[in-house]
Write a protein of this length. Structure first.
Length: 711
């Protein structure tokens, strides 16, 4: 419930707000930290939602202090009484007009005329009245400093529980009652300051919480300063520590303060062991590769880096003994895997002798074939493994596919001596979180263009070019400088660095929230019915190899609406701008900037669209693939003599230009293809639904360029 004089703090920018009026569906609030504050009207429902989602936290009123007249000087009392008289006579009777923006200035001008005061004075009294609690003592000058010097102010509710003797600072302090609002403040402070890689100690976090929620703010030499409240108005460190232990989550704390790798390596619970999945030594081997954390230099020129080595290891699952090893400079590949398997069956005594190491057979007794090899899909699906299966009677088990088959493609290219540049425009988030499609770098690509502005939070047109271990970054930079400007935008570079830092510190948490939002919408829309949200059920390892869990792709035909129609309705009727809509689907791009309230608005809007506009899908195109009829080559058609004909007259002729429906931007017609009745019907349908058609000379796509006959 929201009530008058309630004070809350925004978690986004730490702004402190006071509720000064509640009127049916609206709430009037003022910023209590600005010099001059005029009311702002907000929807009651929006404020409630922000409080529920902890975007606004209820805090103590910084001006809620009982100040007896005996603690005030006569000058302070006289000034307070004089200003309060003006408020009672001129401001309170006109309050309904002063709350509303429309007409407020005119009313202030009228008060100035009636009272004989200056306009600045009237606005100052208004601001002070609203900001400081709307009571007589709100008129006290410099209220934060008022009262007897060094005297503590008594509150009307004594703290319950055993009184504390001394704090961590050596002060006598009893603390305050810990309400639900204060627990939320503790939780916010722990998440904001403790669960971060900066390594703040608990005492530091406690002082940050006091600064954020239990202090008066003032300016000194242009800088914001904080004055912590009296000891009997703030929670003690003991109370904070008690509730910290209640809220403690060791896994989350380690992951956020250190890293997921640190937790998995040193702190995760061991729930099973490798022997569970095998019958004994020699039954099941695992093979995998890792890029070493060292750089090798040339033996001829130590200043020339030749790359980071890739280490392949074959391990017996039961005994954990290394049965094969290979180190090379090529990226993770089928060839590297085969070299490791070759070493698996080699005599280890002879192998070590090559490096002047003498061992006995008993020290490394592994030169055998297993029954089963567990391998990564990239190495063992990029090529046929029938030879291993048929000739050696070895069963191959591949790891689960949680990514596109990029690694197999990279392996094929590397075997052919080709470098791989991956277009990873929409893949910034692949480097963060679990169950994401494999990133280009993890797949062994040599370079990847990553558009940070799409899902990473940087400004539009900013991106990274990532380098694999086999690339010379200095040489690439030299080549890039030949074609690109030397006057780069520092605005874009600064945004890239800020976004990079944010993702480095918070990326896993950010994109886990995005995935959670997407899953929530998927569940809600399936419960509503009519819509189908693409999910992991589509993955078949072939035509659909993997799914990006952050993308919200929604099929709309079952509610009788084309995707582009839903796209337009969301934009025009609900002020929701999504990524795109085509003839059968919409794509909502949930990002780092979305909040829970935005997600709820999207779900509510889609449910409302279904209720208002649902109809039979009879007569709607189902986006069946249009098989092209190729008559001549695209080059021949594009450069041939052409004539412009109306669409229906072009049926049966050879098209001389592209016709593309955007989105998705895949050509309906290309140069050299025959214009069919089905194609013309498709174009007319797309235009009717509001799709953008591009590629044609006629921007209205009423006519098509076709190849002249008999020329």
């Amino acid at each position: 419930m929201i009530y008058i004089n309630q004070v809350m703090q925004s978690m986004k920018d730490s702004t402190r707000l006071r509720v000064i009026e509640v009127e049916e569906d609206y709430v009037y609030i003022v910023n209590i930290d600005t010099t001059s504050a005029m009311p702002k009207r907000e929807l009651y429902a929006n404020m409630e939602l922000d409080i529920e989602q902890n975007e606004l936290l209820i805090i103590g009123d910084p001006y809620a202090r009982a100040v007896p007249d005996s603690d005030l000087t006569q000058v302070q009392k006289d000034k307070r009484d004089y200003d309060w008289g003006i408020v009672e006579k001129f401001i309170i009777p006109n309050m309904s007009s002063l709350l509303r923006k429309k007409g407020r200035e005119a009313k202030i001008v009228q008060i100035v005329a009636d009272s004989g005061l200056g306009k600045t004075k009237v606005k100052k009294l208004l601001s002070r009245y609203w900001q400081r609690g709307m009571n007589k003592n709100s008129m006290l000058p410099d209220y934060a400093n008022s009262g007897g010097r060094g005297k503590s102010k008594k509150l009307n509710v004594d703290k319950i529980g055993r009184p504390r003797k001394l704090t961590v600072d050596g002060e006598y302090r009893s603390g305050i009652n810990i309400t639900e609002e204060i627990k939320l403040q503790f939780e916010h402070g722990i998440n904001k300051y403790y669960r971060k890689a900066n390594g703040y100690a608990l005492k530091d976090v406690y002082h940050f919480i006091l600064r954020d929620f239990y202090s008066d703010r003032y300016k000194e030499n242009g800088d914001i300063q904080y004055r912590i409240w009296e000891p009997d108005r703030i929670p003690s460190y003991h109370q904070f520590y008690y509730w910290f232990k209640k809220l403690e989550d060791p896994k989350k704390d380690i992951i956020f303060r250190k890293s997921t790798k640190e937790y998995e390596l040193k702190h995760r619970p061991i729930l099973s062991n490798s022997k569970v999945e095998t019958n004994g030594p020699g039954t099941r081997f695992q093979i995998d590769a890792t890029i070493a954390d060292i750089y090798l230099v040339s033996a001829i020129d130590a200043n020339r880096i030749i790359g980071r080595p890739v280490i392949y290891a074959v391990v017996d699952v039961y005994s954990r003994i290394v049965t094969g090893i290979y180190v090379g400079l090529e990226g993770p590949s089928w060839m590297g895997a085969m070299m490791a398997l070759d070493n698996m069956v080699a005599d280890k005594v002879e192998f070590c002798k090559q490096y002047n190491i003498d061992i006995t057979e008993e020290q490394w007794p592994t030169r055998h074939l297993p029954e089963i090899i567990i391998a990564d899909r990239g190495e063992f699906e990029g090529y046929a493994v029938a030879g291993l299966i048929n000739n050696l009677n070895i069963k191959i088990e591949n790891t689960t596919a949680y990514r596109g088959d990029l690694k197999g493609i990279v392996d094929v290219a590397h075997k052919a001596g080709m470098k791989v540049l991956a277009d990873e425009a929409h893949g910034t988030h692949f480097y963060f979180g679990k169950d994401m499609p494999i990133s280009a770098m993890a797949a062994g690509a040599d370079m990847a263009a990553v558009s940070m502005h799409k899902s990473g939070g940087s400004l539009t047109q900013s991106s990274f070019l990532l380098m694999g271990p086999g690339m010379n970054a200095d040489y690439v930079r030299q080549v890039v400088n030949l074609t690109q400007t030397t006057s780069a935008s520092y605005l874009l570079m600064a945004s890239l660095d800020l976004s990079r830092r944010n993702l480095a510190l918070n990326g896993h948490d950010i994109f886990q929230q995005v995935v959670d939002y997407t899953n929530y919408v998927r569940d809600e829309l399936h419960a509503i019915g009519g819509y189908y949200v693409f999910g992991n059920d589509l993955i078949n390892g072939d035509s659909v190899y993997d799914l990006d869990p952050t993308k919200l792709s929604i099929h709309t035909l079952n509610v009788g609406l084309a995707g582009i129609e839903v796209y337009d309705i969301l934009r025009d009727d609900y002020d929701i701008q999504i990524e795109f809509g085509d003839l059968g689907n919409i794509l909502a791009y949930i990002s780092v900037g979305d909040r829970e309230r935005d997600i709820e608005r999207l779900v509510g809007a889609l449910a409302d669209i279904k209720r208002r506009f649902e109809r039979s899908k009879k007569g709607m195109l189902t986006q069946e693939y249009l098989e092209p009829i190729v008559a001549i080559s695209p080059q021949q058609a594009f450069y041939a003599q052409k004539e412009l004909l109306p669409l229906h007259e072009a049926i049966g002729r050879i098209c001389g230009e592209f016709v593309m429906c955007y989105p998705p931007g895949i050509p309906i017609l290309g140069p050299g293809e025959v214009v069919t009745e089905a194609v013309v019907t498709y174009i007319a349908y797309a235009k009717e639904k509001g799709c953008q058609l591009t590629g044609t000379e006629d921007l209205q796509v009423e006519k098509l360029n076709v190849v002249k006959e008999g020329v």
